[in-house]
Design a protein around this ligand. Structure first.
Ligand code: SF4
Length: 361
């Protein structure tokens, strides 16, 4: 068995990415079989618990308040709404619910308390619970862990260099800081990125260097293909070619053999053959449900038909790690600290972000 390395260089990763596709697929599939059952795929359902109105300027995101998109914003969902959706997800084969809120960072207060209650509620349904809420402090990570959180998602998005071409309202180092805060608990880390934003292969490799050098490496790495949404700065980007996706998945599998590589946004653009190549190359997780936060996703019945056709089985929850215990709010050993951390605001100008925010609808 290979041993997991944390010292991959950009040059080594580029060389893997550019291998003849038959060699790349063979190598990735071999690593995949050493570490995982190739016929089992983990299924997550992504719920947007608070949509739109985000103060950040991520160039790919229709939820940023400054861009003129057709997204309908929503206040934070209630715990009972979330519970109903989680039960539906469970009955259609999902083992994990991932709750996303369009926030820059978590603020202590009633809304965070409500999210903690959602975490407790879903964990009690014996499903893995993941949250993606923006930047969090160590204390907030500990409170989420105590509520029964299984995973925290915080994507690096791209290489450190290209990140500056996409987002100007926060720094790459803050992403790493949040991941570090999560690592002070027993919550697993989900962190990946997006391809198709105009980045080079060097940038894709740079992102994989950053992710693979984390020790431990993230337990889950989502690979998204940009869904170019009208009104966002990246609206004119061309769709990602399937072979770029396959190469990215295969390279991720080779440099992070133990992680679950997640096929995320952009699956509606892929046919079954393309997705089958991604599974062969080492993808072993998908998002199910008709929407990924705000962008379209294949229908769950279609996914189940694809699983049947390919002989894939959905992974049961808590196979990789034991179910966390939920501590009720009244027994919590942590308090809301009301911290106001100084997350970075680099504030450099990204022309296309500026133009998109100034455009008339
Ligand atoms: S990706 Fe997240 S942080 Fe960035 S604008 Fe969208 S919701 Fe806000």
């Amino acid at each position: 068995m290979n041993t997991t390395r944390h010292n991959w260089t950009k040059e080594e990763i580029i060389a893997i990415y550019n291998k003849p596709i038959m060699d790349l697929l063979y190598e990735a599939a071999t690593v995949h079989r050493e570490y995982h059952d190739p016929n089992v795929v983990q299924v997550s359902t992504l719920l947007s618990i608070k949509t739109g109105g985000c103060p950040e300027d991520c160039g790919y995101c229709p939820q940023a308040a400054r861009y003129h998109t057709d997204i309908e914003g929503n206040d934070l969902m209630s715990v009972s709404q979330v519970k109903a959706q989680a039960l539906r997800a469970k009955s259609s084969g999902s083992s994990r619910v991932c709750m996303g809120a369009a926030w820059r960072n978590v603020k202590d207060g009633p809304e965070f308390d409500q999210v903690l209650e959602m975490v407790r509620t879903i964990n009690k349904l014996d499903m893995e619970v993941c949250c993606t809420l923006g930047m969090i402090t160590e204390n907030q990570a500990k409170r989420l862990a105590e509520a029964g959180l299984y995973a925290y998602n915080h994507n690096l998005d791209s290489s450190e260099e290209y990140y500056k071409e996409v987002i100007s309202t926060r720094g790459f180092e803050d992403r790493l800081q949040t991941i570090d805060n999560v690592r002070k608990t027993n919550v697993t880390v989900c962190s990946g990125g997006i391809i198709g934003m105009g980045e080079s292969i060097e940038d894709r490799a740079g992102m994989l260097v950053a992710l693979s050098s984390l020790n431990p490496q993230p337990e889950s790495v989502p690979i998204n293909a940009l869904v170019a949404v009208e009104g966002t700065p990246l609206e004119d980007q061309k769709p990602v070619e399937i072979w770029d996706m396959v190469r990215m998945v295969a390279t991720t599998r080779i440099v992070m053999p133990e992680t679950q590589v997640r096929l995320s946004a952009g699956r509606t653009e892929m046919n079954r053959e393309g997705q089958a190549f991604c599974f062969f190359a080492g993808a072993n997780s998908i998002f199910a449900g008709d929407k990924l936060l705000t962008t379209p996703n294949p229908d769950v019945n279609e996914d189940m038909k694809m699983f049947e056709l390919l002989g894939l089985k959905p992974q049961k929850p808590f196979i990789k790690k034991m179910q966390p215990q939920t501590v009720e709010a009244e027994n919590s050993e942590y308090q809301s600290l009301g911290e106001k951390p100084k997350w970075t605001r680099p504030g450099h100008v990204i022309e296309r972000n500026l133009e998109a925010s100034q455009k008339e609808k």
